[in-house]
Design a protein around this ligand. Structure first.
Ligand code: S3P
Length: 183
């Protein structure tokens, strides 16, 4: 939904959708900061996401994630890259601070797994016996929540630059006052 003024862009979607890499480029285009939820959580805890899952379990990670996200959602002139589980909670994408534009980066379970395979040890939820079965089932549960985002952009077969350019195009068409840096 278009607000009077765009204060922040929030990227949601499954692990491996490209929220961080695309988010960084979109932020450069807008001349805004990029903040990654997981990185902020790791900084606050002094532990990696994998270490947090191992030490406190998923529930412990989720409560810290929720606290950190609430704080980040008050920032302005930022592009936020959420964690794949954060946006998949009932009511979450419907109760965002004003001026937040939410974009769902779509990816299939297969493509997501191929992408995260290059970053071993970073996605504890996919380090199971059969990661594809896990990813298909988790994505199936989450899609109804991601769908609540204001916009959806497909990422498969597209480069990070293409996806970021598409997002900037969408934002400028909704908020003509935005000025986009060429590169
Ligand atoms: C998770 C996604 C991860 C990270 C954690 C849990 C999830 O973030 O927050 O491993 O539940 O989908 P990315 O979506 O950035 O990989």
């Amino acid at each position: 939904m278009t607000a009077d003024r765009l204060r922040r862009v929030l990227l949601v979607g499954f692990m491996g959708a490209g929220k961080s890499s695309v988010g960084r480029r979109v932020a450069v285009g807008l001349g805004w900061r990029f903040i990654d939820f997981d990185e902020a959580i790791e900084r606050e805890a002094g532990l990696s996401v994998a270490e947090l899952f191992a030490k406190w379990g998923e529930a412990g990670f989720r409560s810290l994630e929720s606290r950190v996200a609430n704080r980040l959602l008050l920032e302005e002139h930022v592009v936020l890259g959420s964690g794949g589980g954060w946006g998949a909670v009932p009511g979450r994408l419907e109760e965002l601070p004003e001026g937040t534009e939410t974009i769902w980066l779509r990816v299939s379970a297969e493509a997501a797994l191929t992408r995260v395979r290059g970053q071993p040890g970073t996605r504890p939820l996919l380090e199971r016996k059969d990661p594809l079965v896990e990813a298909v089932s988790l994505l199936g549960e989450r899609v109804p929540y991601y769908r609540r985002a204001g916009r959806a952009v497909d990422t498969e077969g597209r480069t990070v630059e293409d996806v970021a350019a598409r997002i900037l195009e969408i934002l400028v068409s909704e908020y003509p006052e935005l000025r986009v840096n060429e590169r």
